[in-house]
Design a protein around this ligand. Sequence first.
Ligand code: ADP
Ligand code: TRP
Length: 337
Amino acid sequence: MRILSGVQSSGKLHIGNYYGALRQFVHLQDEGEAYYFIANYHALTTVRDPKLALELTRDAATAYLALGLDPKKAILFRQSDVREVLELYWILGTVTPVANLERAHSYKDKIAKGISPDFGLFAYPVLMAADILLYSADFVPVGKDQVQHIEFARDWAVKFNTQYVPGYDPADPDGEERGHAPGILKLPAARIQESTAVVPGIDGQKMSKSYGNTIDLFGDEKEVKKRIMSIKTDSTPVEAPKPTTDSPLYDLLKLMLPESEFHDVDATWKAGGKGYGEYKKKLLEAYHATFGPARQRHAELVADPGELERILQDGANRAREEAARLMDKVRRAVGIP
Ligand code: ADP
Ligand code: TRP
């Protein structure tokens, strides 16, 4: 089983990225052949400062490793180190209906916010599909917001195979029945971790770097504390039971505390008698207990940039081999010498 996923290097990573994505990546490295990359081409749709683009790419790779990604088990690489992805992106674009791109949630959301779209933003899902299909991924672990993109990748893979693979039957994509040919592009499936599908930010909206409501994974200690202490709460008095809905503090405690500890917190939360300040302190402790070791490893990696580069180069070499094999078939199928 081949697992593949990417994170866009467009900002500092936060705990929403961890619970929604990175944590699964790290676990999944034991379940199959894992390909993880830093989507630094995608990041150019939002990051226009070259120094920052380089820095965020490095940051994202460091974060993966600090959080437990083992380069001996998983292949870690930069999207831009395998240029074949841009070739597949173009070819895929020739079978991509514009109507699909026009109804992409991520695109529509940005338009709704008044962002005037460029082609890169519009074509974002095509590059993402190329990322996935280039490595013949079986599973793509992602947050809920990315599921539509995976569905697009499947749809366009079917379109490509139908157009270019003689004997391909969409009802039998792996060509298991007699007389059917397997597709060149393998159909991927999304894999979502339902229980933590949306991590709330300190203001109660979805945690997102674009809302400025994040708790960062490797942020400055004082800033992390400040963020946690400013989590939005209501005016329920100390002695009263606290509401469990619409409470980012409650949700974050549930996410970050070990189950037995959360059990106790849950009991006092519902009984009353403790103020929100105390719960925030508890959350801060949980943050350090959870991410302390990773923060330590992160600091070590930052101090040794040569090691990081070696890991990324090795990952790129392995990824490139796989990409070359697939592109060979794709070029032959479409008639590119
Ligand atoms: P952001 O919303 O901060 O811009 P990205 O869109 O770069 O984050 O998301 C990177 C990954 O992290 C995606 O797989 C996304 O689904 C996941 N993710 C981001 N924010 C959250 C969240 N609040 N809850 C759960 N998963 C999230
Ligand atoms: N769009 C993804 C995100 O914002 C990042 C990404 C790019 C990705 N290419 C991918 C994720 C391929 C999975 C597979 O999170």
